[in-house]
Write a protein that binds this ligand. Structure first.
Ligand code: HEM
Length: 497
């Protein structure tokens, strides 16, 4: 017994010594990798969070700084981050010197646990392969028609009945969280479209979905990693499987298990004749882990972005009844009084609706900012020097609020700014990088616009939707896409006739 006790004492001693040494080592690495201390007012405001005294949202503070900067570019030294709202810089990063501004290793590591080798998180040949495959799929007519069928079915069988069921009711004080409804709606759609499986999140009981919740948590915690001043901080937590890193690991394990199960089911059911994206990728890719990564990226791409865009649309419409009225008139003219959702041809004729969506996302882009990492020292067109290894961020949210780009009425919601003689007139994607631009421009743009148009027309024609507190500016929660804290509570009334 005495022998056993001494062995366990030695074991405990070794264990604690190792832990203490490791902690010391981590602390040393942390100190060595801390960004140089900077006492400029921007870095001080960031480190002391004093910007929160004047601004509700981080993106509003950045917008304020970028509007004041003569070049439209700022440098947050403590984060090693150059942020720009200058369209010439954006073109330089996303097109002219595309190869010098990859996603880069720091992001691949930050998002690696959630996204793996999915398209959002890779560069080089792996990215090229997925982009080619995905653009063939998303560009194909049959996939687009399939997507429209999926969306129309979800609108008719779930979205409209749900809103009709709360119309005029005083249950819940007559209030419905429209952001939550859109998140459920777009999650059902993207799962049906990507996997061919229906999670049923928008069923009348609004059931909790473990998968959707795990997804929310994992994307929120992954985004928070990028906000720490040094990656060593979250890496230590991950090593000890502690706090938010433990939660992230659990959420990712759940996503992995569900994705594996979906892939298994698809393989059993046979995927040859199916139209969903997973089946199409399965015809070329054998590796289940890789398939999981591909599909998770698509879920992320197609879910929160669309619900974010729709939430902002209804927030803005409730402050602009004249825009709602103009959409009704246009849809009546193009579709007649019958039918809830428009066809592809009818959508093409609705220039005003198209302009409304572009104007909505100018003020409230679903992806508020996006970063790359500079590979070799470079100079941006506005003269900013960029040292290799620096994170460079372009900021669509701030860009939508720049007088230099949109004129003195840049803060006003004016769909007409996109129309010339009633016909939609596009703007350079480097001035409006809401869908990114250049080599990595969003592959789901057309699909997203189709989905958003269908929802907008179906709901606006059938219901009056009033936001409960229309004067309250949105406050955003941290995450990879813009999500409003507290949701968007609305009152719904079914229209006559
Ligand atoms: C309003 C809706 C949407 C917006 C605002 C949007 C915006 C964006 C942005 C900013 C990027 C660049 C992200 C980055 O590189 O970090 C992107 C990439 C991408 N988007 Fe979208 N997106 C939307 C909807 C969709 C949908 C519905 C899909 C697919 C079903 C999709 C598929 C993709 C893919 C595959 C990429 C990666 C492209 C690449 O890296 O080559 N997106 N999107």
């Amino acid at each position: 017994m005495a022998g056993l006790e001494s062995i366990s004492t030695v074991f405990c001693f070794l264990f604690f010594s190792f832990t203490a040494l490791f902690s010391l080592f981590s602390l040393l690495v942390f100190i060595l990798r801390l960004r140089p201390w900077c006492n400029c007012h921007v870095c001080r405001n960031f480190l002391t969070s004093s910007w929160t005294k004047d601004f509700d949202n981080f993106c509003d503070w950045y917008t304020h700084l970028l509007r004041k900067s003569p070049t439209g570019t700022i440098h947050l030294h403590v984060l090693g981050n150059i942020v720009t709202s200058n369209p010439e810089n954006v073109e330089h990063i996303l097109k002219t010197r595309f190869d010098n501004y990859p996603k880069g290793k720091p992001f691949t590591v930050i998002l690696g646990d959630l996204l793996g080798r999915g398209i959002f998180n890779v560069d080089g040949d792996t990215w090229r392969f997925q982009r080619k495959m995905a653009s063939l799929e998303l560009g194909s007519l049959s996939v687009r028609s399939h997507a429209l069928e999926v969306v129309a079915a979800e609108i008719h069988s779930r979205l409209i009945p749900l809103l009709a069921s709360v119309s005029g009711k005083e249950s819940n004080g007559g209030v419905l969280d429209l952001q939550d409804v859109f998140r459920r709606f777009s999650f059902d759609n993207i799962c049906k479209f990507s996997f061919g499986l229906d999670p049923g999140c928008l069923e009348p009981s609004l059931p909790a979905s473990k998968f959707a919740d795990a997804f929310d948590l994992a994307s929120k915690l992954s985004a928070e990693r990028a906000m720490t001043s040094s990656p060593v901080l979250w890496k230590i937590k991950r090593f000890f499987n502690a706090g938010s890193e433990k939660q992230l690991k659990e959420a990712v394990t759940m996503i992995d298990d569900l994705a594996k199960e979906m892939i298994r089911q698809r393989r059993e059911m046979g995927f040859g004749a199916k139209n969903d994206l997973l089946s199409r990728f399965m015809a070329t890719v054998d590796d289940d882990k890789y398939l999981r990564d591909i599909v998770v990226s698509f879920l992320l791409a197609g879910r929160d972005t669309i619900s974010s865009g729709l939430t902002s649309l209804f927030y803005l419409l409730s402050q602009h009844p004249e825009v709602t009225q103009a959409i009704r008139e246009e849809s009546d003219r193009v579709m007649g009084r019958a039918g809830a959702t428009p066809s592809f041809e009818q959508m093409r004729e609705m220039h005003y609706l198209h302009a409304v969506l572009y104007e909505t996302m100018r003020l409230f882009p679903p992806v508020q900012f996006d970063s790359k990492f500079c590979q070799e020292d470079d100079v941006l067109p506005d003269g900013t020097f960029v040292k290799s290894g620096t994170r460079v961020t372009y900021h669509p949210y701030a860009m939508g609020r720049m007088e230099s780009i949109w004129g003195p009425d840049c803060l006003d919601f004016k769909p007409e700014r996109w129309l010339k003689n009633g016909i939609y007139s596009p703007e350079s994607s480097y001035r409006y990088p809401v869908f990114q631009a250049g080599e990595r421009v969003c592959l789901g743009k057309e699909l997203a616009l189709v989905e958003m148009k269908c929802v907008a027309v179906a709901l606006i024609r059938r219901f009056d939707i009033q936001v409960s507190q229309p004067g309250q500016a949105p406050r955003f929660a941290p995450g990879l896409t813009a999500t409003v804290r507290g949701g968007l509570p609305v009152r719904v009334e079914e229209r006559e006739g």
